[in-house]
Design a protein. Structure first.
Length: 481
């Protein structure tokens, strides 16, 4: 995953719709567990750098000559936006040497450093090897980012950093009480992505009910086009459209119960209905052949080549799939299709939230430097650069003035406008990463969508996994407040 932001000219509709939707949906992008690493995490030489002098120019008290160690997840958003922000840090602190590393093996490369008490100063904790955020917080491995949020913003010394962020971003980084442990930098729209051109060629509209979805898929099948594909090797992508569908059908309280690891939460009728709907895609032959063996890039490539109509994904896909996406693809995203008029929430209900989680380890040598690099990234200039470069919004509430929105980004904004207050934000993927990815995703949904397990068998298996997690005293548990 990649993943996948006070300005009078931004556009009233876009500014207000994001505030409305985020405010209600964001009180809450993803296969390895980090339990053992976080449980130890002691020892090692960890000489903190001496704090610098606090001033108007340096509100966090950064040691101007101290090295900074920044590790970025090398995913859908690429590296350039972060490299550009590092250049600003180096300009502001010319005596500081910045070590910038980009990798997809976050856990593999950083687990030994956490164990040795020598973690980097700033980490973009994302991707298939994302460290378990709930465990990191529970084991006190992260620094509280409140000093960063309360520091003056880079653009306006009279405005705190926290006051420049999209509603809900601060709350998303809170796991238990007031401290903020994570800063989600991107603002991600999840849903069902497709080529409007291809859909138009089928003389079809995006389906709002499941009967309509099956009819569109049948029409596509007759043209030699699969209805769906997905990241078969990373089936935790499936929830990007499946979870908000469950919320639409049964109400957001069903998703809250799932997040809270409540007994029998997965046995709710809405879960059963939605699982059976997705399983029907497999049974009717609407899934692109070979999909279970495809990774996210391979499935996206097949999709951009027109071999499949729909794919569940996040808004980083516009940048990640850019190399294979035809110029006239006309990328679009929609909220998940529902079942019928009996659904608890209206069509348009979707999942949108902060994505691309950045953390500063508690045992980092240069905590202030890590926070300062984030402060730079949360400036208007860095935000604009991110949006322009990777075609996605950021946590910064603005930064789109003068930027011509790409088709996918424009479609995402329109989808948010349609959703209004009907934005949901499941928390499993940041509260319980191993449960969400390895068990619900790979062992559960992956097996069902490959036809190796029925919906009933899958629900029983996932509920067992959730019950085990609820009883596991070695992990910290979280609940919606």
């Amino acid at each position: 995953m990649g993943s996948t932001s006070a300005h009078n000219n931004e556009g009233l509709g876009r500014r207000d719709l994001i505030k409305r939707s985020a405010a209600l949906g964001l009180i809450s992008v993803p296969t390895m567990s980090f339990l053992s690493a976080c449980a130890s995490g002691g020892g090692g030489s960890n000489d903190k750098v001496e704090k610098g002098t606090t001033s108007a120019k340096n509100p966090l008290g950064v040691n101007e000559s101290a090295p900074l160690d920044f590790v970025l997840f090398d995913g859908g958003f690429g590296q350039q936006y972060a490299k550009d922000a590092v250049k600003v840090y180096e300009t502001n602190y010319p005596k500081a040497k910045v070590k910038f590393t980009a990798t997809q093996k976050i856990t593999t490369e950083l687990q030994p450093r956490f164990n040795g008490g020598n973690p980097p100063d700033l980490i973009d904790n994302s991707g298939a090897e994302q460290m378990d955020m709930g465990v990191l917080v529970g084991k006190k491995q992260l620094a509280d980012l409140t000093p960063l949020l309360d520091a003056p913003s880079l653009d306006d010394p009279n405005k705190k950093v926290r006051d420049t962020l999209r509603p809900g971003i601060v709350e998303m980084g809170q796991f238990d009480g007031d401290p903020v442990w994570v800063l989600y930098y991107a603002y991600t729209v999840y849903g069902v992505w497709y080529s409007q051109k291809l859909l138009d060629s089928l003389d079809a509209k995006y389906p709002e009910t499941w009967d309509e979805m099956l009819a569109v898929c049948e029409k596509a099948k007759k043209k030699g086009i699969a209805g769906w594909t997905y990241a078969g090797k990373h089936p935790y992508y499936i929830p990007f459209s499946l979870y908000p569908m469950i919320g639409k059908v049964g109400g957001r309280e069903v998703l809250d119960a799932i997040d809270n690891l409540e007994p029998k939460a997965w046995e709710h009728p809405a879960v059963k209905t939605c699982f059976e709907a997705y399983y029907e895609l497999y049974k009717k032959g609407y899934i692109l052949q070979g999909t279970p063996g495809l990774d996210h890039i391979q499935s996206q490539t097949a999709w951009t080549e027109g071999k499949a109509l729909f794919i569940p994904n996040g808004s980083w896909v516009e940048n990640e799939a850019a190399k294979t996406m035809p110029a006239d693809f006309d990328l679009a995203v929609s909220a998940p299709t529902g079942i019928d008029a009996s659904d608890k929430m209206p069509f348009g209900t979707m999942w949108a939230s902060g994505g691309e989680p950045f953390v500063v380890p508690a045992k980092a040598k240069n905590v202030e430097g890590g926070m300062e690099q984030l402060r730079i990234m949360l400036s208007e200039a860095s935000s604009r650069n991110f949006t322009k470069t990777v075609k996605s919004l950021t946590a910064y509430n603005g930064g789109t003035d003068g930027i011509e929105l790409t088709p996918g980004l424009k479609s995402g904004v329109a989808a948010l406008e349609k959703a209004g207050q009907n934005v949901v934000n499941p928390r499993l993927q940041d509260w319980y990463v191993a449960l969400q990815k390895e068990k619900i995703g790979v062992a559960g949904l992956g097996e069902m969508m490959a036809g190796r397990a029925t919906p009933a068998e899958t629900i029983k298996k996932i509920q067992k996994y959730a019950d085990e997690a609820a009883k596991d005293t070695s992990i910290k548990h979280y609940k919606h407040q």
